[in-house]
Every structure is written in structure tokens, then in C-alpha cells.
Design a protein around this ligand. Structure first.
Ligand SMILES: [Ca+2]
Ligand SMILES: [Ca+2]
Length: 182
């Protein structure tokens, strides 16, 4: 009956050499860093999706507020619709509680988001509004004078990056239609 052989560390062996151990650690390191990279990318993707949804929501909040206003200032009578912007006696920027027509919002720039009453909401985000007349026919090209149709554009940024743009068309009869968002 044969006896089990005692293996020397230079022959066929059961342990790891130093090089094998280092290689194993290196491979393990690569696998771990790859796993961390995948987790980080997934977290960034989730944050990007969350930011995109929040941007659209913030844009919609402001757009709803704007299109609920009159097409033109209630103080203006007849066909008069002389300017895009705030009217006599109205504040030039926030708080916008006294704004009563859609083009009062033209030029609004919010570095600190506020609601209509001026309450601070969020400093991380930035919203801008532009309002201008557009031609009611022929593809809705920009117009320099009153046409009976206004375009309202709300753009939302975070960290200087544009994340959402919404546009609505508001007609003189009061109808409003959101035309696009991105
Ligand atoms: Ca007004
Ligand atoms: Ca106005």
C-alpha cells in the first residue's frame, strides 16, 4: 500500500505563489472597480431621469400659472395691445402676484424659484420665460406686432444645463394650447 507523498513547495503544490496571489488581487480589484463603476452609472442615470421629470414638472407649474392669465392686460380696451411685458403700476419682477396677463411674464428670470406669492421654493433650479406674438397662420412665425396669438416659452435649467422647454400658444379668445416640451 503506497504512502501519500509530501509535496515540496517547489513541486506540485496546493498553495498560491506570491505572483498568483498578486494576480488574484489585481483581478479582484478590476472586478470590484467595474462593479462600482456600473453602480455609479446606474445612480447617475436615475438622478438624470429624476432631474428631467422634476424639470418638466417645474416648467408645467409655471406654464399653468401663466396660461391661467388673460391674453392681454384687462386695463387695455378694444384692440389695443401695445407692448409685450408688464404694464403700468405692475412690478418688474418677482413677486408676480400683480401680474394679470400672459405677457407680464416675458423676461422673467428666476435664480431662486418662487411661487406666485413670492414664497421661495428651490435655489438649485432656474427658470426663464419669453413671450412674443406669432402669426396665427402660415406656420406660426414670429411677429413684431399684435396678431391675436402669443407664444409662451418656459425653459428650466439645473446647474446651467437646460433640462426642459415648454411652449404654449395663447389666443385672444383665451384658448391656450401646450405645443411642445422636451
Ligand atoms: Ca398686466
Ligand atoms: Ca402685459
Amino acid at each position: 500500500m503506497s504512502q501519500p507523498r509530501v509535496l515540496s513547495r517547489w513541486g506540485c503544490r496546493g498553495g498560491f505563489t506570491l505572483i498568483e496571489a498578486m494576480l488574484s488581487m489585481l483581478i479582484l480589484g478590476v472586478v470590484i472597480s467595474g462593479g462600482i463603476g456600473a453602480i455609479t452609472m446606474a445612480a447617475e442615470h436615475r438622478r438624470a431621469v429624476r432631474d428631467q421629470l422634476r424639470a418638466v414638472s417645474l416648467g408645467e407649474d409655471l406654464m399653468r400659472e401663466i396660461v391661467a392669465k388673460a391674453y392681454k392686460d384687462p386695463q387695455l380696451t378694444g384692440e389695443s395691445d401695445p407692448v409685450i411685458g408688464v404694464d403700468a403700476g405692475e412690478p418688474g419682477n418677482d413677486p408676480r402676484i400683480d401680474w394679470d396677463d400672459v405677457d407680464d411674464y416675458h423676461g422673467l428670470v428666476e435664480d431662486m424659484l418662487r411661487n406666485e406669492e413670492g414664497t421661495k421654493l428651490d435655489a438649485e433650479w432656474h427658470r426663464e420665460v419669453k413671450v412674443h406674438w406669432v402669426e396665427p397662420f402660415g406656420g406660426g412665425a414670429d411677429a413684431r406686432t399684435a396678431t391675436g396669438l402669443k407664444s409662451v416659452e418656459v425653459v428650466v435649467y439645473k446647474g446651467g444645463k437646460r433640462l426642459a422647454r415648454l411652449e404654449a400658444r395663447v389666443g385672444i379668445a383665451g384658448q391656450a394650447m401646450v405645443r411642445g416640451r422636451e
